[in-house]
Write a protein that binds this ligand. Structure first.
Ligand SMILES: Cc1cc2nc3c(=O)[nH]c(=O)nc-3n(C[C@H](O)[C@H](O)[C@H](O)COP(=O)(O)OP(=O)(O)OC[C@H]3O[C@@H](n4cnc5c(N)ncnc54)[C@H](O)[C@@H]3O)c2cc1C
Length: 298
C-alpha cells in the first residue's frame, strides 16, 4: 500500500477549524497514517498491516516503549492564523518547517485578537506565568476589552497613515502589537506534533495556544486515530512521578504518610488529584490490547 487515505482526514482537508475570535487551523495535506506507522515498524519483517486490532496493539507497543521513529513517517501540513504572541510560543518548537506571511512584502491586515470577556483575569497568585481562575465582573472585563480595542484601532490607523505617506512596509509595521494576527504554513511529523501537543494541551500552557493545540489535535486524530489513541493512553493522560514521589507513593500504598516537605507535598498532591481525574474519566474506557512482540531495536 503506497498511499494512505483516511476518510476522516479527507473530510477535514481544507476546512478551517475556527480558533479564538479570528484565527483558524486548516489541514492542508497529510502523508501517511496508522497504516504507514505499522508498515514502517514491520519493515524488517516484510509485512504490512494486519487487522485493526493487531495494528492498534503494535502502535500502543511502539508508543509505550518510546519507539518513536515510525510516527515520524506521518507528515501533516497546516495553514494557521494566530495572534503573534501565540506564534512566539509556537515557534519554540523547532522540529517543524514553516512559511509565514511577510510584513515587509505585504500590508498586514487590520485583524487583532480580542479575548472573550471571561478570559479577562487578574494575575494568578500561585503561578507567575498564568492568569487567575477567577473571572472579573462583566463590566470591568468589558472595559478592559474596549481599551484593548481602542488601542489596536489607534495603532493600526498610525500604520495605515505611514503606509499612505510612502514609508517602507518593513518600517511602518514596527509598532504593530503582539495581538495582531499572522498566518503561516506549518509542516510537522506526527511524533513531533505529539510532543507539541503534550506541552501545549497541558493546563500550564497559555489558554490561547491551548485552543490552537486542540484544533491541531483534532486533525492528528483524524489522520492517525490509532496513534492518537495510543498518545492519549501513554502520554497525554499519563502522570509522571519523580524518584522521590515514587517513594512517597509507595509510602501511601503501605498505609504511611508520604513523608514529603510542604512544597514537594503540594506538587505531589496535585499529581494525585490529576491521577484521580484521569482514573475517573477512564472508568468506562476499553482495556489496552496485549502487545505484539516486535524488536524495539530494529
Ligand atoms: C508551559 C510552558 C512555559 C514555557 N515558558 C517558557 C519561558 O518562560 N521562556 C522560554 O524561553 N521558553 C519557555 N517555554 C518554551 C520551552 O522552554 C521549550 O522551548 C518549548 O516548549 C519547546 O520544547 P522542545 O524544545 O522540547 O520542543 P522542540 O523544539 O519541538 O523539540 C522537540 C525535541 O527535539 C529535540 N531537539 C530539538 N532541537 C534540538 C536541538 N537543537 N538540540 C538537541 N535536541 C533538540 C529535543 O529532544 C526536543 O525535546 C515554555 C514552554 C511551555 C510548554
Amino acid at each position: 500500500m503506497s498511499h494512505c487515505q483516511n476518510p476522516e482526514a479527507e473530510a477535514l482537508l481544507d476546512q478551517p477549524i475556527a480558533v479564538l475570535d479570528k484565527g483558524f487551523v486548516r489541514l492542508v495535506d497529510y502523508m501517511g497514517g496508522d497504516a504507514r506507522i505499522v508498515q514502517s515498524a514491520r519493515v524488517s519483517y516484510g509485512e504490512g498491516t494486519r487487522t485493526v486490532r493487531e495494528d492498534g496493539a503494535l502502535i500502543h507497543y511502539l508508543m509505550r516503549n518510546d519507539h518513536t521513529s515510525p510516527f515520524e513517517q506521518v507528515l501533516l501540513t497546516f495553514h494557521c492564523k494566530t495572534p503573534i504572541f501565540v506564534a512566539r510560543q509556537w515557534v519554540r518548537h523547532r522540529t517543524a518547517r514553516l512559511n509565514e506571511i511577510s510584513g515587509r512584502y505585504s500590508v498586514m491586515r487590520d485583524e487583532f485578537y480580542l479575548p472573550e470577556r471571561d478570559q479577562i483575569r487578574r494575575q494568578s497568585k500561585s503561578n507567575k506565568q498564568a492568569r487567575s481562575d477567577e473571572t472579573l465582573p462583566f463590566e470591568e472585563a468589558n472595559r478592559i476589552v474596549q481599551n484593548f480595542e481602542a488601542e489596536q484601532k489607534q495603532v493600526y490607523a498610525n500604520y495605515q497613515q505611514m503606509l499612505d505617506a510612502g514609508l517602507a512596509r518593513e518600517l511602518a509595521r514596527m509598532n504593530l502589537p503582539l495581538s495582531l494576527y499572522t498566518e503561516w504554513y506549518w509542516n510537522i511529523d506526527l511524533n513531533n506534533l505529539f510532543h507539541f501537543l503534550r506541552l501545549r494541551l497541558d493546563d500550564h500552557a497559555q489558554y490561547e495556544i491551548r485552543e490552537f493545540a486542540a484544533a491541531l489535535a483534532r486533525c492528528a486524530k483524524a489522520v492517525a486515530p490509532l496513534a492518537y489513541d495510543a498518545f492519549e493512553e501513554h502520554i497525554l493522560h499519563a502522570v509522571r512521578f519523580s524518584r522521590t514521589e515514587c517513594a512517597a507513593l509507595q509510602n501511601l500504598l503501605d498505609g504511611r504518610e508520604p513523608g514529603l516537605d510542604e512544597r514537594p507535598a503540594r506538587i505531589f498532591n496535585q499529581k494525585l488529584a490529576q491521577l484521580k481525574k484521569i482514573a475517573d474519566a477512564n472508568k468506562e474506557a476499553a482495556p489496552v490490547e496485549d502487545p505484539i512482540p516486535v524488536n524495539p531495536n530494529s
